[in-house]
Design a protein around this ligand. Sequence first.
Ligand SMILES: Cc1cc2nc3c(=O)[nH]c(=O)nc-3n(C[C@H](O)[C@H](O)[C@H](O)COP(=O)(O)OP(=O)(O)OC[C@H]3O[C@@H](n4cnc5c(N)ncnc54)[C@H](O)[C@@H]3O)c2cc1C
Ligand SMILES: *[C@@H]1O[C@H](CO)[C@@H](O)[C@H](O)[C@H]1NC(C)=O
Ligand SMILES: *[C@@H]1O[C@H](CO)[C@@H](O)[C@H](O)[C@H]1NC(C)=O
Ligand SMILES: *[C@@H]1O[C@H](CO)[C@@H](O)[C@H](O)[C@H]1NC(C)=O
Length: 489
Amino acid sequence: MRRLTHQYIFRALTVAAISFLAYRLLRRAAMTAPRTIVVGGGLAGLSAAHTALENGAIVVLLDKKPALGGNSVKASSGINGAGTAAQKEQNITDSPEIFYNDTLASARDLARTHLIKALTDHSVPTLEWLTNNFGVDLSLVAQLGGHSVPRTHRGKGGAPGWAMTSALVKKLEAQPERATILKGAKVVKLLREGGRVTGVEYEVGGEKKTEEGSVVIATGGYAADYAEGGYLSQFRPELLAVPTTNGDHATGDGHRLAVSIGGALCDMDQVQVHPTGFVDPKDPSAKTKFLAAEALRGVGGILIDKDGVRFVDELERRDTVTEKMREVAKAGRAPIRLLLNPEAAKTLEAHVGFYKSKGLMREYESAAALAEDAKIPLANLEATFDAQRSYAKGLTQDPFGKTNHTNAVYTLDEPLLVAEMTPVVHYTMGGIVVDEDARVLNTDGTPIPGLFAAGEAIGGVHGRNRLGGSSLLEAVVFGRLAGKSSTAR
Ligand SMILES: Cc1cc2nc3c(=O)[nH]c(=O)nc-3n(C[C@H](O)[C@H](O)[C@H](O)COP(=O)(O)OP(=O)(O)OC[C@H]3O[C@@H](n4cnc5c(N)ncnc54)[C@H](O)[C@@H]3O)c2cc1C
Ligand SMILES: *[C@@H]1O[C@H](CO)[C@@H](O)[C@H](O)[C@H]1NC(C)=O
Ligand SMILES: *[C@@H]1O[C@H](CO)[C@@H](O)[C@H](O)[C@H]1NC(C)=O
Ligand SMILES: *[C@@H]1O[C@H](CO)[C@@H](O)[C@H](O)[C@H]1NC(C)=O
């Protein structure tokens, strides 16, 4: 009996001792685990947060808005990958090198080859990470302007930006013991000890608070920074009058944080203007516009001036189409309208349905109905449509050089989908200077310890012109690099 009691006591003591040791070990691990503070909850910030977690860090992600997602949730075309399984399934021959060459050609004299290489080399593992770890469907592939093959991936369900962002948010929310999400928390200052960044100061509900750790800036671009003295007024004042597709969070906050401690910026005058934003008939002067996806022109949509006359190859690069639209407007030939025939509309049913439900796109029963409503001479529409038919049959060549005549046939009797278009500020190529490990560099080109950046907030990846689908890729690739670098000691 006494022996048994002794045995019990001994066992109990052993269990207690082991538990205590385990507790101490776990506590030590938690105390010594790297801490990563992510500023911004768009795709770049979310990718950084997940990668920091994968590398053993404790993560705090802050976003100044009441909801995560930034501009990332709005992205509608897709994400680029070169050499993916989805491409192979469709017999599309592609490689990191072809993608690199396309990106180099688009970036022109502002190309930074080490950043382009990072972007294009990582595309396949990046898309696999999204598919395998988060179940994102990226099985459809389309070709956008400036790409030599189809490589912009999306899924069968909702818009690709939303699909990716919500999947990453969901998985982050499922790890509350290691990842804290703070919404409505605006980061206003970087904290430093010696030369190292050691945390952030932020405002939440009128209070100032701090968080300690390495910092990843993922605050997006400055395509909505219209404030007096803001980046648009400093670098592209003529764009202050142009509306934007961006959410009002895109004010370059992260750029200012980096600059405040000696971080360098580059290419700040490189701002992408997208040719086709919707003019909402209910609110024509709204500063924020819905984007009319490039795909509308890709499937056969045509652009006409106020008199029903075409003026550009609709499939030209974004900057070229925008320039032609400006000339037309300057010559007093605005408004510019986009027309879709029923065949073209059918291939983009989901897009068109959404635009119609928002009142951005309107259906007319015939060309005569459009002519009467918009005061376009019917004879001009007839001439435009006759010419289209002739290009489609190969009888004559388009004077503007369009060669893809998918859905080119427009008739006077069929219904038409019509929307008014205006160029819109869309994306900022300039930003924070980083190296290929997403470390923020100071003006001497030296990394600032403890500070990393990713996504639209960084500059120089796209040079003079960003290719469609390369911004979501930049967000995930550099988000992952920043997340990993932030955990290195
Ligand atoms: C309409 C539209 C369609 C697009 N379509 C495509 C597409 O199909 N393919 C493609 O590749 N690209 C597309 N783009 C571009 C792409 O969506 C963006 O460049 C990309 O999503 C940027 O991701 P990000 O994480 O860097 O920034 P964002 O997604 O903009 O996120 C930044 C976040 O940081 C937060 N933040 C900002 N300042 C602070 C602060 N001081 N403190 C705390 N939080 C802060 C913001 O609230 C925001 O949530 C599109 C853009 C738009 C506007
Ligand atoms: C791809 O090529 C293979 C072999 O030539 C062919 O059998 C298959 O149908 C092709 N797939 C597509 C989607 O074109
Ligand atoms: C990429 O461009 C280089 C330099 O012009 C060329 O030598 C190479 O063949 C190109 N690669 C591909 C795959 O087109
Ligand atoms: C023309 O564009 C359509 C729609 O993007 C595409 O499917 C088709 O392959 C293109 N045709 C040619 C010859 O490039």
